[in-house]
Design a protein around this ligand. Structure first.
Ligand SMILES: CC(=O)N[C@H]1[C@@H](OP(=O)(O)OP(=O)(O)OC[C@H]2O[C@@H](n3ccc(=O)[nH]c3=O)[C@H](O)[C@@H]2O)O[C@H](CO)[C@@H](O)[C@@H]1O[C@H](C)C(=O)N[C@@H](C)C(=O)N[C@H](CCC(=O)O)C(=O)O
Ligand SMILES: Nc1ncnc2c1ncn2[C@@H]1O[C@H](COP(=O)(O)OP(=O)(O)OP(=O)(O)O)[C@@H](O)[C@H]1O
Ligand SMILES: N[C@H](CCC[C@H](N)C(=O)O)C(=O)O
Ligand SMILES: [Mg+2]
Length: 488
């Protein structure tokens, strides 16, 4: 229970009608979840306008409504609060309701098109090894120390987010590392949070279905930095030309990192092999177990955050060098067939290109590279032909298949991808919508020494088809097919 006027602290009130001294149970932005004595926050969404559900929320027992547009007829038993931005109000209310959990620990958020999950996971594991209680909010899963709480979004909604943070405070966490998706920033899921720092990894083509233009996608990411307090740090990758953009008008203490130019934190890739990466960081040569040039950025960002948070650099490098991630990011599937089988979460053109370049760097040139790739349905359509073109350019054989078709026709998604295949490359390509069959085909084409890349779904353990999530796990399927075909 909480007093309505207390949970509205800091919310911009344009008008109030009714009793503010009400005791309320909880806050909901979905009328279907409202129970007696709750507050309903009406948000205009991408599909429908929550304002249309104010009556439904009252019928379910809501005693107070927070909205941008007041209904024509007000119910005298209900308190109506009009604000200028309901989504923002929800963020502030969630922070008040859960008693400001983010101000009771150090919360660091990472935004960027690629590398968020990898970096927060590295930070979580590193700070555990350094002896702290640590929280993690990521696409793959949320965690309080080693205890796992399943994740449905990269960044949870404002209520879930603050509830999780409160649990982390109660578990004695000193640090929480979280991913900040551009959707979450745009939808104000993080409003009201107190950040100790923010990191920008990179920005490339993705989510243009939602943000409409690349400029507004950049703006969404920049909002995270614009709202940082002066007590926080802002760390950006300046090898991405938008890195400096993030720092414009930012009040936080600014830091940069780079593999290519002058920066506060620099690293040089000494060797990039299938066994791992050798980097020179701060004049020290260190081997890491992560593979791929792009992971040099994730390792450097992790090192920089830990150093900014005043951890000892030698201790940080020693622990970081021991960390191995088994989370569907450039993860090798062991087998007896002498085939290098890699499952990776590359689901953007930039990520796919990076992963295939990494494979190109570690291959000998005598083997075939076979790529199995699809694109998600109900997501950015512009990336489909780009990803097919990249797959063809950097592989010897390509099987175009389904990712999560969601509510689209798999054949149509593949046809969109196929438009990116140059005529000269058509003979390399096979279309096979059934992902299991596609993986099977790649495994049957592969000979000893060859490299198979299965990209796009990484850690996911489902395939979403017409609203239903069916069990599907790339790692499990690759393993099964390699055993079936090569252990006969
Ligand atoms: C496109 C998008 O981001 N949608 C998110 C958004 O929903 P929406 O704006 O579409 O909601 P809507 O359906 O239009 O409804 C508007 C409002 O009416 C309410 N409503 C609706 C129906 C009803 O009967 N009663 C009612 O009150 C809804 O609860 C909502 O408050 O707000 C919801 C609540 O926070 C999210 O669950 C939902 O995520 C959907 C499921 C989703 O798939 N999101 C993905 C794209 C996403 O957020 N991904 C990012 C990661 C992306 C990346 O970096 O790769 C993430 O952070 O996970
Ligand atoms: N720093 C990086 N720069 C470019 N590509 C990267 C980087 N780190 C990882 N990748 C590629 O992007 C894929 C996704 O990585 P990761 O899950 O860490 O990103 P993310 O930002 O969390 O993605 P999402 O938006 O889905 O949450 C990896 O499988 C790899 O192919
Ligand atoms: N966070 C991203 C993940 C995409 C993963 C890919 N497998 C797909 O389903 O498109 C999204 O929701 O757009
Ligand atoms: Mg992620």
């Amino acid at each position: 229970m909480a007093l309505l006027k207390d949970i509205l602290y800091k919310v911009k009130l344009l008008s109030v009608s009714g009793n503010m001294e009400l005791d309320v149970n909880s806050i909901h932005f979905d009328s279907r979840k409202v129970l007696n004595n709750d507050v309903f926050v009406a948000i205009n969404g991408t599909q429908v306008d929550g304002h249309e559900y104010i009556e439904a929320a009252i019928e379910k027992g809501a005693k107070a409504i927070v909205c941008e547009n007041l209904p024509k007829k007000l119910n005298p038993e209900i308190t109506y609060i009009q604000t200028d931005n309901s989504a923002r109000a929800l963020g502030l209310m969630a922070d008040n309701f859960y008693d400001h959990p983010s101000s009771k620990l150090s919360l660091v958020a990472i935004t960027g098109t690629n590398g968020k999950t990898t970096t927060v996971t590295l930070l979580h594991q590193l700070f555990r090894r350094l002896g702290y209680n640590v929280g993690l909010l990521s696409t793959v899963q949320n965690q309080i120390n080693e205890s796992v709480i399943p994740a449905t979004h990269t960044t949870p909604d404002a209520m879930q987010l603050n509830e999780l943070l409160q649990k982390m405070v109660k578990a004695g966490c000193s640090y929480v590392f979280m991913e900040a998706s551009s959707h979450a920033i745009d939808q104000e899921r993080m409003s009201g949070l107190k950040l100790a720092g923010a990191v920008f990894s990179n920005i490339s083509h993705d989510h243009l279905d939602y943000h409409k233009s690349f400029e507004s996608y950049i703006k969404a990411k920049k909002k995270l930095f614009d709202e940082l307090p002066a007590t926080a740090f802002a760390l950006v990758n300046v090898d991405d030309k938008r890195g400096m953009v993030m720092l414009q008008n930012c009040k936080a203490t600014k830091y940069t990192y780079s593999l290519k130019m002058m920066a506060n934190y620099r690293a040089k890739v000494l060797s990039n092999a299938i066994q791992g990466l050798e980097l020179n960081i701060d004049q020290k040569d260190v081997w890491f177990r992560l593979i791929g040039y792009f992971n040099a950025y994730n390792l450097l960002a992790t090192y920089a955050v830990a150093t900014i948070l005043e951890e000892d650099s030698i201790e940080v490098l020693t622990h970081l060098s021991q960390i191995e991630l088994k989370n569907g990011r450039f993860e090798q599937i062991p087998n007896n067939a002498g085939i290098t089988a890699i499952v990776d979460y590359a689901h953007t053109p930039d990520a796919l290109e990076n992963v295939l370049h990494t494979i190109d760097n570690i291959r000998t040139g005598n083997e075939q590279v076979l790529t199995v790739i699809g694109c998600g349905g109900n997501r950015d359509k512009d990336k489909r032909p780009l990803m097919a073109e990249i797959a063809c350019r950097l592989s010897d054989r390509v099987i175009l298949t389904s990712d999560n078709p969601r509510n689209e026709e798999p054949g149509q998604i593949i046809a969109d991808m196929q438009k990116g295949v140059p005529i000269s490359q058509v003979r390399k390509v096979t279309n096979l919508p059934d992902r299991k069959e596609a993986i099977k085909l790649a495994c049957s084409f592969a000979q000893k020494g060859d490299i198979i890349l299965v990209a796009g779904k990484g850690h996911e353990t489902y395939q979403e088809i017409k609203g239903v999530k069916h069990h599907f796990d790339d790692k499990e399927t690759v393993n099964e097919m390699l055993n079936l075909i090569h252990n006969r």
